[in-house]
Ligand binder design. Structure first.
Ligand SMILES: NC(=O)C1=CN([C@@H]2O[C@H](COP(=O)(O)OP(=O)(O)OC[C@H]3O[C@@H](n4cnc5c(N)ncnc54)[C@H](OP(=O)(O)O)[C@@H]3O)[C@@H](O)[C@H]2O)C=CC1
Ligand SMILES: O=C1O[C@H](COP(=O)(O)O)[C@@H](O)[C@H](O)[C@H]1O
Length: 486
């Protein structure tokens, strides 16, 4: 089967951080693996007046690491063209249309176009409109729009944004990126759940006691402070990545492993999220900010951050998916910056056996742990017999998968997602209804917080958040499985 793709990429925000750090290296990987060969070209656009030569140099630099072949990087960069372009200026789209047409012919692309909007969402509507009105979309190939997060800052703004895009592009041409859905171990959730009868049978409120999702980062806000100050951890990480993980963990088994069936079940799971009243928000959610400590700046001392900022850099919460299989199972989530360690992990804690027949021998919990980062790993914690004449029990970890044992290099999330978009497979992109239900849940929390007089509590940089996040679980007689000490 010929896996080579033919496409013209037009990247809006071609001079930006995301394009340089993620998009060009991912395209290069696809080139090195043969998915992109002769029949592709990339137009980078942004306002600054770069030349093609300068742009190609930027691209070469961004794809070059220790092992990169200089010849391949040079050949790859030859496919890149730069067009200085202000997205608000209609005249500029006329020039863009001509360049796109010329490159389509030069590289025999056949009209396939992928428009990557790697810039502030406030421009998305105007770009979509101009792509249509200035005939940059073709009628002899596909026209797909890849859209970066954040998709709005609440439900009304997301709906407005969706409507403005929807006037020009049908839902099946819109690929809303959530890069967590391109991560290998996040994609492994479906394999573990639906590929093993053992877990398929136990994956419900009869056997699962609680679920814990941790997305912790060691870094602070770095150079994205301006954006972060308007978002906070709730909008930056919970509305998208965490709720997407929740939907993958709690959705019913899809009728088939296809885009339509998977998305249907994810939408259903997100629709079943319990939307909290302000009192329930107070009880079930904790927000916090990193404080000045251990020689590191506190959040309010960072550049571009107001010294009275109330933006949360940490969120912990307990949520419920009120579906037949998951109602009653607390799902504890936490995410934050300047925490002890960069890690993304999911712990599924199973219920205790109904009766311990081993007398004074204590039984440990069965816990299935999926570590997404730093290394992909899956463990199952089990009770087994201690070796020896006497009967004693011990807890052991069954190592179900270790990335080291599989020599295939793990593709970067963006690389996988761009290839999916080229193939027209939107399974790992978020449907509008998923976005809408996620905002509905998050808006209830945000609105309650905005009305609270208290500022976020503080936590020490390098810790796993404030003690309130531990108390949230202690209140239910639970505790976080992952502590930084391990
Ligand atoms: N960076 C990251 O790690 C991540 C980014 N994202 C999202 O990706 C998007 C891009 O982020 P990022 O690359 O960091 O942002 P940057 O600020 O680095 O880039 C913004 C880009 O937009 C261009 N631009 C701004 N105004 C205009 C205009 N009027 N006309 C044409 N071009 C314009 C800028 O170039 P110029 O000034 O030359 O016009 C620049 O290329 C955002 O939606 C962000 O939320 C999502 C996840 C991670
Ligand atoms: O979307 C975002 O994700 C990153 C964390 O992504 P990861 O792949 O490194 O886990 C986060 O730093 C950023 O604030 C947020 O916008």
């Amino acid at each position: 089967m010929d896996t080579r793709q033919q496409a013209l990429f037009i990247i809006f925000g071609g001079t930006g951080d995301l394009a340089k750090r993620k998009l060009y290296p991912s395209l290069f990987e696809l080139y090195e693996k043969g998915f992109l060969k002769e029949n592709f070209a990339v137009i980078g656009t942004a306002r600054r007046p770069w030349t093609d030569e300068y742009f190609q140099e930027v691209v070469r630099k961004s794809v070059t690491t220790d092992g990169t072949s200089k010849e391949d990087a040079d050949e790859f960069a030859q496919h890149f063209y730069y067009q200085s372009h202000n997205v608000n200026d209609t005249e500029h789209y006329v020039t863009l249309q001509k360049l796109a047409q010329r490159l389509d012919e030069k590289y025999s692309i056949g009209g396939n176009r992928l428009f990557y909007l790697a810039m502030s969402p406030r421009f998305f509507g105007t770009i979509a409109e101009h792509l249509k009105s200035q005939n940059i979309v073709t009628d002899n190939g596909y026209n797909r729009l890849i859209i970066e997060k954040p998709f709005g800052h609440d439900l009304p703004s997301a709906r407005e944004l969706n409507d403005s895009i929807g006037r020009y592009f049908a839902e099946d041409s819109v690929f809303r990126i959530d890069h967590y859905l391109g991560k290998e171990m996040i994609q492994n959730i479906a394999a573990v759940r639906f590929g093993n009868n053992l877990f398929r049978a136990l994956w419900n409120n009869r056997y699962i006691d609680n679920i814990q999702i941790t997305l912790s980062e060691a870094l602070g806000v770095e150079e994205r402070a301006g954006y972060y100050e308007t978002a906070g951890a709730l909008r930056d990480m919970v509305q998208n990545h965490i709720l997407q993980i929740v939907s993958l963990l709690t959705m019913n088994m899809p009728a088939s492993f296809t885009e339509t069936d998977i998305r249907r079940e994810k939408i259903y799971a997100l629709k079943a999220l319990q939307v909290y009243t302000p009192e329930e928000v107070q009880e079930n959610f904790v927000r916090a900010q990193y404080a000045q400590s251990q020689g590191l700046k506190g959040y309010r001392q960072e550049e571009q951050i107001a010294d009275n900022s109330r933006t949360e850099t940490f969120v912990a919460g307990k949520l419920f998916v009120n579906s037949e299989n998951f109602s009653g199972v607390p799902i504890y989530i936490r995410t934050g910056k300047r925490l002890a360690k960069k890690t993304t992990r999911i712990d599924i804690v199973f219920k205790d056996v109904p009766k311990n027949i081993f007398g004074s021998e204590k039984l440990g919990k069965n816990i299935l742990t999926i570590i997404v980062e730093p290394e992909g790993e899956i463990y199952l914690q089990m009770n087994v017999k201690k070796v020896g004449q006497n009967f004693g029990l011990q807890v052991q970890k069954l190592d179900l998968l270790q990335s080291e044992s599989d020599s295939t290099p793990i593709p970067e999330a963006y690389e996988k997602l761009i290839l999916d978009a080229l193939r027209g497979d939107a399974t790992n992109f978020t449907h509008w209804e998923e976005v809408a239900y996620s905002w509905k849940f998050v808006d209830a929390i945000r609105t309650a917080w905005d009305k609270q007089e208290d500022a976020p509590v503080e936590y020490i940089s390098g810790s796993m958040g404030p003690r309130e996040a531990d108390e949230l679980l202690a209140h239910d007689d639970h505790k976080w499985i992952f502590t930084a000490k391990k």
